[in-house]
Every structure is written in C-alpha cells, then in structure tokens.
Design a protein around this ligand. Structure first.
Ligand SMILES: N[C@@H](CCC(=O)N[C@@H](CS)C(=O)NCC(=O)O)C(=O)O
Length: 317
C-alpha cells in the first residue's frame, strides 16, 4: 500500500481483518462527483463538469466493483465519451499493474506501470491501498472518485444531455427501495462472498457462508414469480450490483471462496436472471471469465499453487 505517497514493501495482498477474523474492506477516499454543470455533488468538490473526452476509467475485469462501472458505461452509451484502461488480472508485489496480459492495456494516458502511481500523482501524500475502479480527470490530472457506488450513480445521469440516453437505473420513485436493497445485497452478497473467502476463523467463514446463501435463496424465491428484474420490469442499479457477483459465482466464489453449498447454475431463476442481464447490449463484453479466474486464483493466501481451474469457461451455459 501507499504510505504518504510512497509504496511500502510490507504490503499485504489481503485487506484488513477484525478481532474475530472478519475481512474488512477499506473505505474509498476520493469522493468528488461529475455533474452536468460542474456543480458539487453529494460529496467532495465541484469543478468536474460532464464533458466528452475529459474522463477516463481505470478498471480490472476481475473486480466486481470496477465491473459495475464498466457495465453502466456500456448501458448508458458512454463508450465514446469516457475512455478505459484495464489492468492485468494478477495483483503484483506493487498491486495492480498495466500491460502484458491478454485483454489488458498499458496506461496510454499517464504512462504508469502500476495503479499506485496514479494515486500518488493525484495526492502526493496518499496513504491507503491503490484500488480499482478509479475515475480519472484528464483535465486536472487527478482522481475524481474511487468509489464504484458513486461512479455508477453519477454515470447514470451526468452525461444524459450529451448522449441523449434516457435509461434511468435510479428512478426517483424507487430510490428508497433501491438504497435499502443495495445495502443488504452489499453486506450479504457482494461483500459477503469476500467475507467467506477471506475469513481467518472458522466461525467468521460459517457466518458469512450462511448469509450468502440466505440472500441467494431469498433472491431465487423472489425471481421465481417470473419478474424480469429484482424490482419488476425495469432494470435498476440493484440489478447491476447483483449481476457482478452472480456472474463470478461459479468461476470464483464457489471454489476459491468456499461458497459451495451449491453452484449458481443450479439455482434456476437466478441463473436465468444473470443470463438475461448478460444478454443486454454490450454487457457480456464487460465480463472476461479468463481474467476473473486468473485473478482470483492468483491470490496466494487462498491458493498457494496458483493453479487456475479449467471450468467453468463460459457464463452462458
Ligand atoms: N469501495 C471500492 C472497493 C474497490 C476494491 O476493493 N477493489 C479491489 C479489487 S476487487 C482492489 O482494487 N484491491 C486492491 C487492493 O486492495 O490492493 C469500490 O467499490 O469502488
């Protein structure tokens, strides 16, 4: 991690844990918002006006949080307005690195070798982990925001006047229920699988495992009434946030994270829901199963041999 802007050697590939062995995710530190007119958003400073070509997303295909920003970029037709770089799937001794792995990019924009260089460029005193996603401002050479929940929310509306895209993943009438469900799906599922995978005590693992499957059972039963999406006929932010975990489930969480009561493909309603979302325009292009498997299974603390499983090799069957 970075300490006062300098990379430190005692970096731990696994994030922090509490006294009962529960995995703790670092909170995000750059929280500015892009807005249509450049006024300040709910947090951070103003000055980040929506402009074509001004912003860049740094992502990892392995990362569910980064992938949700990529999905919204596709669904909101922002491909030409916001450029993207993909890091290699395997974390190095210096964190995320650019270039060399098939499907990954070099950092054409800033010429960085490692993601942490961009954090210290944005804040020469930055202390913390250099996580993806990062939303970068080319104009001022800094990080706008590194919290995917904020990034998907701002991409949902800030550029609408430039793109003419009217898809609304966060309709006002559903805001309350979306916020409520997002919070549960985050703790029980999105982060729940990590809590199971990175637990360092049997009790912490079992607690997380049970919560993950209780949430999956609940979603499976809701979706069994034939609705297309979690809140009915309209696709919302909640579906994007659920999808990124479901699509990684059989490839990474079932095996590596020991969430193995059953596979996702044996949960009929959830599997077809996941495939329905994957079939939306350009969504499948944001899912790289090879990066996902190579990345997760490279975590030495969980898989010392580094062997990457052959299956599953597709999200579509
Ligand atoms: N709160 C962040 C979490 C991002 C996050 O944890 N990213 C992980 C990859 S899935 C990461 O970059 N980890 C690198 C590290 O911890 O050093 C978000 O949702 O944007």
């Amino acid at each position: 991690m970075l300490v006062n802007g300098v990379w430190t050697a005692d970096w731990q590939p696994v994030q922090a844990k509490d006294e009962d062995g529960r995995f703790i995710r670092q909170t995000s530190s750059f929280r500015h918002w892009i807005t249509a007119d450049g006024s300040a958003g709910p947090t951070g400073d103003g000055g980040f006006k929506a402009e074509a070509g001004r912003y860049h997303l740094y992502v990892a295909y392995i990362c569910p949080w980064a992938s949700r920003t990529l999905m919204v970029r596709e669904l909101k037709q922002l491909q030409k307005l916001i450029s993207v770089s993909v890091v290699n799937p395997v974390l190095t001794e210096q964190g995320w690195a650019f270039g060399g792995y098939p499907g990954a990019n070099t950092d054409e924009l800033n010429g960085a070798q490692y993601m942490h260089e961009l954090y210290s460029r944005a804040d020469s005193q930055f202390t913390g982990r250099a996580t993806v996603p990062v939303l970068w401002d080319k104009k001022t050479g800094t990080i706008v925001n590194n919290e995917s929940a904020d990034i998907i929310r701002m991409l949902n509306s800030a550029f609408d006047h430039l793109t003419g895209n009217t898809l609304n993943l966060y309709p006002q009438a559903l805001a309350g229920i979306i916020d409520e469900l997002n919070a549960r799906i985050y703790t029980e599922l999105n982060n729940g699988v990590y809590q199971a995978g990175f637990a360092s005590s049997q009790a912490a693992y079992e607690e997380a495992y049970l919560r993950v499957f209780a949430m999956l059972d609940e979603l499976e039963s809701q979706l069994s009434d034939g609705r297309a999406y979690l809140l009915g006929d309209v696709l919302t932010e909640t579906d994007i946030r659920t999808f990124v975990t479901l699509v990684r489930f059989d490839a990474a969480y079932h095996g590596l994270f020991k969430c193995n009561r059953n596979t996702l493909r044996s949960m009929k309603a959830l599997q077809s829901y996941m495939q329905r979302i994957a079939a939306l325009p350009s969504v499948a292009a944001t899912v790289n199963i090879d990066h996902i498997k190579a990345g997760y299974y490279s975590v030495k603390a969980l898989n010392p041999s580094g062997i990457v499983p052959l299956g599953p090799d597709s999200i579509l069957n």
